[in-house]
Write a protein that binds this ligand. Structure first.
Ligand code: FEO
Ligand code: CA
Ligand code: CA
Ligand code: CA
Length: 529
């Protein structure tokens, strides 16, 4: 069962299954009217600074190692953020969830070479997962973490997390920890979905033929101190931000899940879209068969050539029966299953957003070096009749990266209240400011206005510090704040005397990933307030 309140469950049971409204397309959200006149974007920059367009300001809300309670500290490499107000009537006080994706041993465990000690591995394990913090605007209107609030806690690489599944996974019902927490999503019942993306860098991957661990993939080699099976990672994990309790949703399959974008159908059933962010991997959607369930339902893979969602059901499919033992085995080896069924290899599907104006599903395709697609694109999926549980769709290219549009390698996206689309770029640190990415300089944050004189244009609104990418853009419910992660500044530093970034503290300080709160008149004007 998903973590949700009894009240909600009772309410859904009252509604019953398959009520008449289920045939209707989900309701669309009315958009605020934008009244900006002309946006002045910024030019790409190579500076080790967070630069913003005119009319925008930022404050650093929390950074790596900041204490959030007497016991806990904010983790490393923050990514997805989600803000949930404690009281719907007050948008200035709520819970902020933040993902922590992976660690850089150079900064986190001081590990350089040789086998890591248990202490080093556990320090790294503590620094991934997520942070839960109460955040609030102070009297001066600035966002602050409420230090030592009873809500503040960490979920990390050693937290015990059960599988929401009838069968054990690699012999166990409970996993040790969550990791690779890249992007995520939020459920209609206000819990968090955090996605375990590049899980193989921690414990490697299973060679399903020999049964052995493929150790060379385990760059961080945590298995040398904790012998956890690779099958325990690569899932969509649900966390209740009120309690910190988590569960891994096996029904959504196992891959390098970038995100989990959810839509509730009018009858209370839910649809979850998720991409497998690796070159030539697929796009998935789960449709629940019961209201509010992330266990009962069907997982589909997209064939974007035919515009079809193909069911991944062992019981009903001879090909799957030939290669996999049962549904659990199929879901564990999802990538392989998807290819056997005809899932279309895509150009690294990353974040997914549903356009509030028309229900179109936008999927960031970051790039694909094997196809010489260096700049990526945004794929638009129009579900048949606008229904998110449709099994057919019309695919098209919504936006293409490149010098003409001014951005490359789209990753995270967010719509604001007026339906303007915000995009972050993820040019890999090893290629940034090198061919063919020289014109784009550092990674950035971009907006595509929905209306007005610059409608449809891509305008750069922020530039990230050296080696960093912006991740996890998330708007406060009143649209007046954009929470944004600045991840891995200075990642290509080669030693303490050769730091490529000193952001955000400047001087000789080491770089630290941080969450910033962006506010300002430009943000307000864009959303008509
Ligand atoms: Fe962690 Fe696909 O970005
Ligand atoms: Ca990402
Ligand atoms: Ca997003
Ligand atoms: Ca990325």
């Amino acid at each position: 069962m998903p973590l949700k309140s009894i009240n909600r469950r009772t309410f859904l049971e009252f509604l019953g299954k398959g009520v008449a409204v289920s045939s209707l397309a989900p309701t669309l959200i009315p958009l605020a009217t934008s009244y900006y006149k002309e946006l002045t974007g910024i030019a790409p920059s190579r500076e080790d600074e967070l630069k913003l367009a005119k009319g925008l300001n930022f404050d650093v809300l929390v950074k790596w190692e900041d204490p959030i309670s007497k016991k806990d500290k904010f983790g490393f490499n923050n990514d997805f953020t989600a803000f949930i107000p404690l009281d719907k009537a007050n948008p200035d006080d709520g819970i902020l969830w933040v993902n922590h994706e992976y660690v850089d041993p150079f900064f986190v465990s001081n590990h350089v070479e040789g086998e890591k000690t248990k202490k080093q591995v556990e320090k790294e394990m503590y620094n991934v997962g997520g942070s839960i913090m109460r955040v609030k605007k102070n009297d001066e209107g600035k966002w602050e973490v409420v230090k030592n609030d009873p809500l503040n806690k960490r979920v990390h690489g050693m937290t015990k997390i059960p599988f929401n599944w009838d069968q054990p996974i690699a012999g166990k019902k409970v996993a040790m920890g969550t990791l690779g927490n890249c992007s995520g999503g939020i459920t209609p019942w206000n819990t968090i979905l955090t996605c375990e993306e590049n899980y193989d860098m921690f414990y490697g991957e299973r060679d399903f033929k020999s049964g052995k661990r493929i150790e060379k993939k385990a760059f961080l080699a945590w298995h040398t101190q904790h012998d956890n099976p690779p099958e325990h990672y690569g899932w969509v994990v649900e966390v209740d931000p009120q309690t910190g309790k988590a569960q891994k949703h096996v029904a959504l399959g196992r891959c390098a899940h970038e995100c989990a974008t959810m839509k509730e159908l009018p009858d209370g059933r839910v649809v979850v879209y998720s991409g497998d962010d690796s070159v030539n991997q697929c796009l998935y959607k789960f449709i629940s068969s019961e209201p509010g369930s992330l266990a009962k339902g069907t997982l589909y893979v997209a064939n974007t050539r035919l515009g079809k969602w193909l069911p991944i059901v062992h019981e009903e499919n001879k090909i799957l029966q030939k290669f996999f033992k049962d549904q659990t085995d199929t879901l564990i080896q999802l990538r392989k299953a998807a290819k056997y069924l005809g899932g279309t290899p895509l150009d690294r599907p990353e974040d997914i957003e549903i356009d509030p104006a028309n229900g179109n599903v936008l999927v960031s395709l970051t790039n694909n070096s094997t196809k010489k697609n260096y700049f990526g694109s945004i794929l638009k999926i129009e579900e048949t009749d606008g229904k998110h549980d449709a099994l057919t769709f019309k695919p098209s290219i919504y936006l293409a990266g490149g010098e003409e549009t001014g951005f490359a390698c789209p990753d995270n996206m967010a719509f604001d209240k007026a339906g303007n689309l915000w995009i972050t770029s993820d040019i890999s640190g090893s290629l940034m400011n090198k061919e063919p990415y020289i014109p784009f300089k550092n990674n950035g944050l971009f907006v595509v206005p929905r209306t007005g004189p610059q409608a449809g244009k891509v305008i750069q609104m922020a530039s990230a510090p050296s080696d960093a990418e912006f991740t996890g853009p998330f708007f406060a419910p009143d649209g007046k704040t954009l929470f944004l992660s600045v991840q891995h500044p200075g990642e290509y530093s080669t030693g303490p005397n050769d730091l490529t970034s000193h952001w955000p503290d400047g001087g000789d300080n080491i770089p630290r990933s941080a969450v910033v709160a962006i506010t300002g008149e430009t943000l307000d004007a864009l959303q008509g307030s």
